[in-house]
Design a protein around this ligand. Structure first.
Ligand code: EPU
Length: 339
């Protein structure tokens, strides 16, 4: 374990915080040994992936563990599918690129999302009409408390919009070591979200490769590159509300966008509003206070222009939440995990 490690380069906002201990184990055995040590010495543990969805509000008086297990292995295959077991430390977009290059479908709409494979089931990452839950077979890991290993099947992970068992009942209790994905040899393309179809018109053929290229370009156009401008993608979740609540708002704001809460289950009776639209409608798009602001192209994204602190960001985000609540009576929750 390294002591007093700066986390500045390990969170995409670029905030300066320090972890009392730090380790980047590259195997399940090493993680097991570390957990044994921290349990013996009663040291709190925080599992950090790519740092693209986390804000440390203060120094962490414990062990920050950054699993670096690499590797992708085909564990089963038939005429239709490939089951691929992937290490938690593989960069998410390396996996998507690998799948597309090998003509395997299912992940292409999730192109260019920052972060690591280990975080994909925790957040149930999603974009452009796809969610990773639709491709996950199982999640393997280790329980922090007693070092025992587990494998949870898809149905046991309680996936929902940007949510899973790992953010609820098992919050802080597990280290994901591997994820098994089912990828399709005969992919069905999902092209209905946003301007994906029109972007694809630039290409002569609709295939995995061109879908990926289109999405990389759409995202680069709208979302700031964390390497250039500190941010963590969507800072807030899109709020899910009862239909009658949406109806009340639509009478007041007829142009408000409304989507089904769950495309795979429209029977929930709930609908999703667009937090970006709500924030923009409070005239906050592009608004800035010192080093922290709302991005000028996508109001769901908060940015650190440099030199900002986590405390400033948290204060700023509460101001945004309050403005939206005052105007619409809707609570927007943070998607980013504040530690
Ligand atoms: N909108 C605005 N103003 C804005 C942003 C959005 O009016 O500043 C409205 C527009 O009506 C637009 C609609 O919101 O048509 C949807 O916008 P967009 O397609 O940009 O998606 P989003 O709902 O704002 C979600 C995800 C993104 C993901 C996109 C595309 C969440 C919290 N965010 O954003 O995910 O890339 O859809 O699928 O669900 C992330 O999680 O970090 C992330 C970037």
């Amino acid at each position: 374990m390294i002591q007093n490690k700066s986390l500045k380069s390990l969170n995409t906002f670029g905030f300066e915080t320090v972890a009392r201990y730090f380790s980047a184990p590259d195997s399940t055995d090493k993680i097991e040994k570390l957990l044994e040590e921290v349990q013996k010495n009663d040291i709190p543990v925080f599992i950090l992936g790519g740092g693209s969805n986390v804000v440390f509000s203060k120094d962490f008086d414990g062990l920050v563990m950054c699993p670096q297990i690499k590797g992708m292995e085909t564990v089963d295959e038939n005429g239709e599918h490939v089951l691929l077991k992937v290490g938690a430390g593989v960069a998410w977009d390396d996996l998507v690129r690998y799948a597309v290059e090998n003509r395997l479908g299912g992940l292409e709409n999730l192109s260019a999302i920052p972060g690591n494979v280990g975080a994909s089931p925790v957040q149930n990452i999603g974009a452009y009409g796809a969610e990773v839950k639709d491709s996950i077979v199982s999640v393997n890991g280790i329980f922090v408390e007693d070092g025992s290993r587990f494998s949870l099947e898809n149905g046991e992970c309680r996936f929902a919009y940007r949510n899973s068992i790992f953010k609820n009942e098992l919050k802080g209790k597990t280290v994901v070591t591997h994820v098994v994905y089912r990828l399709s040899k005969n992919p069905v393309f999902k092209l209905d979200y946003g301007n994906l179809k029109s972007e694809l018109q630039k290409y002569s053929e609709v295939n995995l490769h061109n879908i990926r290229k289109s999405l990389v370009s759409i995202r680069a156009d709208k979302l700031p590159d964390p390497g250039v401008l500190g941010n963590a993608g969507s800072f807030f979740k899109n709020p899910v509300v009862e239909q009658r609540e949406a109806k009340r708002l639509l009478e007041l704001f007829p142009s408000m966008p409304v989507y089904p809460a769950d495309y795979s289950d429209i029977s929930t009776g709930k609908v999703k509003l667009s937090a970006g639209w709500l924030i923009e409608s409070c005239s906050l798009k592009g608004y800035r206070e010192n080093s922290i602001g709302v991005h000028h192209k996508q109001a769901l994204v908060l940015v650190n222009y440099g030199g900002g602190t986590a405390a400033e960001l948290i204060r700023f985000s509460q101001m945004v939440q309050n403005k939206v609540h005052e105007k619409f009576g809707v609570k927007i929750e943070t998607e980013v995990n504040i530690i």
